[in-house]
Every structure is written in C-alpha cells, then in structure tokens.
Design a protein around this ligand. Sequence first.
Ligand code: CAA
Length: 380
Amino acid sequence: MNFEFTEEQLMIQQTAREFAESEIAPTAVERDKIAEFPYEIVKKLGELGFMGMMVSPQYDGAGLDTVSYVLAMIEISKVDASVGVIMSVNNSLVCYGLEKWGSDYIKETYLKPLAKGEKLGAFALSEPEAGSDATKQHTTAYKEGDSWVINGMKNWITNGLNADYHLVVTQSDKDKGHHGITTFLVEKGTPGFGHGVKEDKLGIRSSDTCSLTFENCKVPEKNIVWEVGKGFNFAMNTLNGGRIGIAAQACGIAEGALDASKKYAKVRKAFGTEIANLQAIQFKLADMAVKVEAAKLLTLEAAALKDAGKKYVKEAAMAKLYASKVAVECALESIQIHGGYGYVREYLVERFLRDAKITEIYEGTSEIQRVVIARELLKD
Ligand code: CAA
C-alpha cells in the first residue's frame, strides 16, 4: 500500500491551496452573508482546469485522476464549501457521466465547454416527492417526432439558477418502473423550462439552489444521455462518484475547522496560559485530528479504487457517511473551542457548522449511504 502522493498530485494540491487562499478566502464571508454566487471564482477555476479535472484532454479536460480531484476539493472546501459544491457538481455529477455515457455529439457539443468551465452544469434528479426514494419520478417525457416533451418539476437543484446545461431525469415509460427512466440534457433557455426562486439556505449560501419547472419543454432526441430507459442507472452510477466529491468537501470543512481551532488555541489565553496548553483543549484537537485523518483516508481510498477501475460503490458511500459526520462534529467542536467567539459570525467558525450539515443530506442522506453500504456488504 502506497501512501505517497505523486509530484503531479502534490502540485494540484498546492495550486488549489494557493488559489483558495488568494482568490476565494477574501470574499467568502461576504458572499455567505449576502448569498452571492461566485461568478469570477468559477470562471478562474475553469481556467485552472478545475471544472473538468477528470475529463480527458480529448474533451478539453485536465485529464487528472480522482485522487487529485479529492485533494483539490479538500483545499477549496477548507476555505469555502460553497465553491466546493459548485465544483463538485460540475466535475462528478455532470462531466464524469457525460464522458462515460454521453454520445459523441453530447461530448463534442456539451462536455467540452463544461470541462473548460465555460459552461456550468446541474444534475436534476430530486423532486418534491422523490428525494431518497429516487425511483419514484413524477417528471415525465414522451416522444414527439424527433423530440421528447418534458413536463414536471425538480427541486433542491445545486447550480439550478446559474447552470447552462441540466441533466434532467424523467419517467419516459411508467409501466417499466425504474427501467423506464430516461435522462436528458436540457439547455437553459429552452422554451417551457423555468425555475423557482433561489432557496434561502442555512449553509453553502454562496452556491445557488432552486427548483426547476418543465411545461411542454421540447428537447431533441439527440440530447438523451446514454439511452432510453437507462436514466436511473445513469443517475445511480454518477452519484457513486459524486459521493467521493462530497466526502472530500466534508473533509475540507472538517480540516478547516481543525486548522482554525489550532490557530485560535495558540493565541487565546485562559488560566494564565494559551489554551493550547490545556489538556481539555488538547484532547479536543487530538480527537478532531484523528477523525479528519480517518475521513481523508476513506475518501482517498474510494478515489484510488475508482482510479484503478475497481469497485468503489461501498467505499464511496462509507467515505461520504463518515466524512460528513466528522465535518459536523469538528465544526461543533471548533465552536466549543472558540467559546462565545465561535457563536458569532465575525469569527468564521460558525460557517463551518452551517456548511457541514448539508453534507449529511445531499447526494444521498446518511441513511441512504447506510442502505448502500449494507446492500453491498450483503452481496458477498
Ligand atoms: N450504484 C449503481 N447502481 C445502483 C446503485 C448504486 N449505488 N443503487 C441502486 N442501483 C441500481 C440497482 O442495481 C438497480 O438497477 P437494475 O434494476 O438495473 O439492476 C436500480 O438502481 C434500482 O435499485 P433498487 O432496486 O435497489 O432501488 P431502491 O428503490 O430499493 O433503492 C436507492 C435505490 C439506493 C435508495 C436510490 O434510490 C438512492 O440512491 N436514493 C438516493 C438518491 C440520492 O442520492 N439523491 C441525491 C440527489 S442529487 C443531489 O443531491 C445533487 C446536488 O444537487 C448536490
């Protein structure tokens, strides 16, 4: 077993760290406060190759591995988890699936600008009555000539307002259950395609989330991703990789909380000494560090398995389950270490807690991760 990163992986990590500190950190607090989308930052991430990290150069991507993606996601999310989720959705829920299952037309037309960060993607699976129970799709699609007509509603869609291309999961043949589900790539501005208001969220406030509406929205047949009836398999397989991205985001939040706590403990004085010298604080820092390390190892293991072309469904779910729990726990502990200062906006650490909670919910709740893990375990 090799725990050494390659030169290239270390360079990506360093680039992400420097970018996060110089370009993301200065505006993170204000964007969180006013819930403003980081347009300029996303543009620059695209120029760095961070919006299509795992896409091959043939389709204008950076051609990197999943381990590099995890390292970059951790660095970005340490500073701003909102930017982390925008990047994660584009990389793992949109670009990855399009490269693996998209037609040549889709890859040439849509994947290339997505991989360069010139266009932004969204993944629209969830509905008001189909969240965890994702096979129960109410959004329908029927064929009309060379097109398909979509009707229905999606909700909780990350990048929903700002995305140019949306992967929309629909029920195209009710009688076939989840084998009658088809995914379409729908362009922003297509007649009949609208969206609801931006959700006013607890955390990741600088990313946008909204519902999408489809009223007789006509999409060309060539915009089907994979094939008719494969839409659910597409969504599930895509989410396996997405969960590695969210696990990395959670690791970043947890490590950000640990770093802030270490820094504060070294300057804050109580009982005649810096609180870093008190065992009560040292034990908290030690426990946080163990959890962060374990979460990172699980996440990197899932990424390495994916890169090696091995099965990673269970490991990705384990990584997301554990890392998201650790993110919430470390954020809470960080507030405790900061005392009253941890409870006010000025000291930043309360944002870690607000941002951490969603990692236990999106791309499959912690309960769903347990379902996935248990089913995989019982296959043996
Ligand atoms: N990987 C690959 N395939 C999978 C899979 C996985 N992890 N889980 C299920 N499948 C496949 C099954 O093999 C089966 O396919 P076949 O019939 O072709 O063999 C099909 O999916 C149906 O599976 P089940 O019979 O097990 O279906 P189920 O209803 O009992 O359970 C579920 C399915 C695992 C609970 C699934 O509905 C699920 O994962 N739900 C959570 C959905 C989710 O993660 N939503 C997140 C929304 S996206 C988001 O948050 C994006 C964002 O904006 C940030």
